[in-house]
Design a protein around this ligand. Structure first.
Ligand code: NAD
Length: 260
């Protein structure tokens, strides 16, 4: 599938899944803005992509919880490249704790990054997509958009919420040519997951190996992690899909951990 010079903004693209999506989009002929809290890392990611695909990437400093920074970042991309065809709302973090110990400040931070970030970036790009009569919005959900796990109240709540936002934008955007979908990965070995392994081992009183084998991969069909490249392929498929036949959907890529 080809992106034919389409313009994408990928949030949280300085690392992990977002970075793999940005690279895949550039390889498929798209242009991609690496929007991340960490400007240095975003610039390094953009430089790496431009080395292989000259002019295909730019770095944008953006805290997705800040309406001003989101609007300024989207304006920077539109000024430079003339529009936005694809948004991948991907920036995210993880904080694990049982509900009774979950700090209210951490709860609010989680919902701000995952939900406010998805709302603010969608709100900022939609007028540009509607003006053009086409666009694709992707939200990075999770198997935790479908299932719960202990210790992850804020994450599970936010990831379930993204399914509602994806479906609502699909209904609002349909007649204006804008599609909206949710990608739901299983566990992918990124810094976000590496950080959780010792935290969960401590909280659950088991070894790190048991966290990986039993907690993270125990319900997969083959004991395998999903990879960033698996998710990048799904993100390309959704972004390049040519019609409204595929909107308001969620796709789970998790080695069979969750089956629809
Ligand atoms: P990661 O830690 O490798 O990358 C996350 C990126 O988001 C980082 O570059 C970070 O700087 C950026 N970021 C964090 N807060 C931000 C903010 N306020 N504004 C802008 N950027 C911000 O993590 P990842 O595993 O690649 O996760 C990406 C997304 O995929 C997240 O939404 C996560 O919930 C989701 N996800 C991950 C997994 C997994 O197993 N890794 C599974 C399902 C879903």
């Amino acid at each position: 599938m080809n992106l034919d010079n389409k313009i994408a903004i990928v949030t949280g693209a300085a690392s992990g899944i977002g970075l793999a999506i940005a690279k895949r989009y550039a390889a498929a002929g798209g242009r991609v803005a690496i929007a991340d809290l960490k400007l240095d890392a975003a610039q390094a990611a953009a430089d790496g992509i431009n080395a292989d695909h000259p002019g295909a990437a730019m770095a944008v400093e953006m805290d997705v919880t800040s309406e001003d920074q989101v609007n300024a970042g989207v304006a920077k991309v539109v000024d430079a490249w003339g529009g936005v065809d694809i948004l991948v709302s991907n920036a995210g973090i993880q904080i694990v704790n049982p509900v009774e110990n979950f700090a209210f400040a951490d709860w609010k931070k989680m919902l701000a990054i995952h939900l406010d970030g998805a709302f603010l970036t969608s709100k900022a790009v939609l007028p540009h997509m509607y003006a053009k009569g086409s666009g694709a919005i992707l939200f990075m959900g999770s198997v935790h958009s479908k299932e719960a796990s202990p210790l992850k109240s804020a994450y599970v709540t936010a990831k379930h919420g993204l399914e509602g936002l994806a479906r609502t934008i699909a209904k609002e955007g349909g007649k204006k040519g804008v599609r909206s979908n949710l990608i739901c990965p299983g566990f992918v070995r990124t810094p976000l997951v590496d950080k959780q392994i010792p935290e969960q081992a401590k909280e659950l009183g088991i070894s790190e190996d048991e966290v990986i084998k039993n907690v993270m991969l125990g319900q997969t069909v083959d004991g395998e992690f999903t990879t960033v490249d698996d998710i990048a392929e799904v993100a390309l498929f959704f972004a390049a899909f040519p019609t409204n036949a595929l909107t308001g959907q969620s796709l789970v890529a998790s080695h069979g951990w969750f089956m629809n």
